[in-house]
Design a protein around this ligand. Structure first.
Ligand code: NAD
Ligand code: IPM
Ligand code: MN
Length: 329
């Protein structure tokens, strides 16, 4: 399933699909609609057929959709609808050094972001002159995301040893993040071979800039993971290169971390690398490690050769970067 969505999603998803098609794996592509443009035309942010298609396919590559910052009756960000509909509880956001002067070196970390609860629980309301958001943390939600983090840490087996860093704000949010922390620590005890440490989210924001190479896996709640993963992307080239996976039990949706980028949409200058590296995560999910590795290498060679979009300091177009990746496959 391909769901380009709005803005640069319409440019980077076709680019990543072209790379996937270039592998000759016999993958079949179905394109589906979603997004703010679609909502304006039809009244549906994500039509039922798109949800049915995603359920049938089991995997999707999503671009980005636009969401206004003012309430819009009937509109909810399609990616939030997908996460909710398919219980895509694990948001995996790998952040690692890339070849080129735009990236810092020695970074290889993975954000494991809880993707269904916290401040994204959808419990927000107005009461007179007050506005209230409820932050929902559950044992079940914390336990399952912690397991994902420890399993990934174990599988990654970094030379310096596997480590999970719990990121929270339990010094203030004693009840909600207290439960998240306590539950994660209980899961940690099941993985004695993985080291555990913890850091408050504000300090985590600092340490990510100061000593990003010291992190392995970071597990955190929904909004903190959203913010920290954008921050960390800047260390290795920015949002244009950042991939992600939204993983549930039966369905997984892969998407670049960035949004619809209205400031550059339609100009042919969006960086397709985040979408292409999301397609790599999709290939790994489909148990195609060799194909995934080929694309990873082709992207690295393209960057190393200096074929870069403007966000990385180059002058190449979306198309030129994509063509170069395919040429090097
Ligand atoms: P954004 O990620 O769209 O853009 C932030 C900055 O990054 C901009 O300067 C943009 O030009 C740059 N950027 C983003 N993608 C790029 C790419 N592929 N190549 C080069 N530069 C790129 O974030 P925003 O401006 O805060 O949000 C714009 C819209 O996107 C909002 O409506 C927001 O709700 C939506 N959004 C959607 C998703 C999603 O659907 N998954 C994610 C984030 C934001
Ligand atoms: C992301 C995005 C989404 C989020 C928005 C578009 C709802 O920022 O995937 O990081 O906040 O999770
Ligand atoms: Mn985000």
């Amino acid at each position: 399933m391909l769901i380009p969505g709005d803005g640069v999603g319409q440019e980077v998803v076709p680019a990543a699909a072209e790379v996937l098609a270039g592998l000759g794996l016999g993958l079949a592509f179905v394109e589906a609609r979603a997004g703010y443009e679609h909502f304006r035309r039809t009244g549906a942010a994500i039509p039922d057929e798109t949800l049915a298609d995603v359920a049938a396919a089991g995997v999707a590559l999503f671009g980005a959709t636009a969401s206004p910052s003012t309430p819009e009756p009937g509109y909810r960000s399609p990616i939030l609808v997908l996460r909710r509909a398919f219980d895509l509880y694990a948001n995996l956001r790998p952040t690692y050094s890339l070849p080129g002067p735009f990236s810092r070196h020695g970074i290889d970390l993975l954000f494991v972001r809880e993707n269904t609860e916290g401040l994204y629980a959808g419990r927000e309301r107005r009461e007179g002159d007050s506005a209230i958001a409820e932050r929902v943390i559950t044992v079940r939600g914390s336990e399952r995301i912690a397991r994902v983090a420890y399993q990934h840490a174990r599988r990654r087996s970094r030379p310096s040893g596997a480590r999970v860093t719990l990121v929270h704000k339990a010094n203030v949010l004693k009840v909600t993040d207290g439960l998240f922390r306590e539950t994660c620590l209980r899961v940690a005890a099941e993985y004695p071979e993985v080291a555990t440490d913890e850091v408050l989210v504000d300090a985590a924001a600092l340490h990510l800039v100061r000593r990003p190479e010291s992190f392995d896996v970071l597990v955190t709640t929904n909004l903190f993971g959203d913010i920290l993963s954008d921050e960390a992307s800047a260390l290795v080239g920015g949002l244009g290169v950042a991939p992600s996976a939204n993983v549930g039990e039966r369905v997984a949706v892969f998407e670049p971390v960035h949004g619809s980028a209205p400031d550059i949409a339609g100009q042919g200058r969006a960086n397709p690398v985040g979408a292409i590296l999301s397609a790599v995560l999709l290939l790994e999910h489909l148990n195609q490690p060799e194909a995934a590795q080929r694309v990873r290498a082709a992207v690295a060679q393209t960057l190393q050769a200096g074929i870069l979009t403007p966000d990385l300091g180059g002058t190449a177009s979306t198309r030129a970067v994509t063509a170069e990746v395919i040429r090097r496959l």
